[in-house]
Design a protein around this ligand. Sequence first.
Ligand SMILES: O=C(O)[C@H](O)[C@@H](O)[C@H](O)[C@H](O)CO
Ligand SMILES: [Zn+2]
Length: 299
Amino acid sequence: MSSIKIECVLPENCRCGESPVWEESSNSLLFVDIPAKKVCLWNSLTNQVQRVTVDAPVSSVALRQSGGYVATVGTKFCALNWEDQSVVVLATVDKDKKNNRFNDGKVDPAGRYFAGTMAEETAPAVLERHQGSLYSLFPDHHVKKYFDQVDISNGLDWSLDHKIFYYIDSLSYSVDAFDYNLQTGQISNRRSVYKLEKDEQIPDGMCIDTEGKLWVACYNGGRVIRLDPETGKRLQTVKLPVDKTTSCCFGGKDYSEMYVTCARDGMDSESLLRQPEAGGIFKITGLGVKGIAPYPYAG
Ligand SMILES: O=C(O)[C@H](O)[C@@H](O)[C@H](O)[C@H](O)CO
Ligand SMILES: [Zn+2]
């Protein structure tokens, strides 16, 4: 019997915490607060947090092979130098869509940085629809566009054999899969592998475990769910003491812990009193399953 323990390890009060990424070399969790325009690095050993503020909403961050990080800032793929806090633009997307910004992003097993866009929200999940697209930034800094008509581009990850790309467009309430060609970075054959139930609310960030099962953070659902993409069945539900759970990743020793981000924006004062840890970073232990190390951007 595994005994699951959930604790808020960092009361960060994020307006919209997102993009948790474990950095093994520093025993730290990287994450962003999108509307606060902050990239944060929490050291799990010292409990110290370093924060870098950028000039536009920052929706995702990833490791970079050559050092430092990459991040999606506004509609730009950027390189982030942590030492001097400098940001260098690598590529810009959606130049004709002034109200758009990037949302979730993650690096594929070949080192390409995938991220999708969305129209800026006027309130959580309230936005002009079909404005987003999915892109990837190749190691040579060229950008590939996969498709448009996206509402809220969100969670993404790859199967353990790298042959499937999993993707969430939140307002479809579906977790989708594509065949993936790791050599070329091409996707094809879109299908749904799981449709969310009403009380699970809005699918947001996602990660895979070493058994090839998917973990999806449910925005407004206050939970992460574990899905079997082969059978389309939900295997497990883990509830958190906050409603606006946005994303999850594995980290810690041997990637045996799960870290979950969440949001405060969109909560009324009564809910904030009931959920004082909203916007914090949560750690779940005792799941009995591990994750895999994040891939670094190769460019
Ligand atoms: O965390 C994210 O990915 C978005 O940027 C958020 O804004 C939520 O997903 C959205 O509000 C709920 O759908
Ligand atoms: Zn998200």
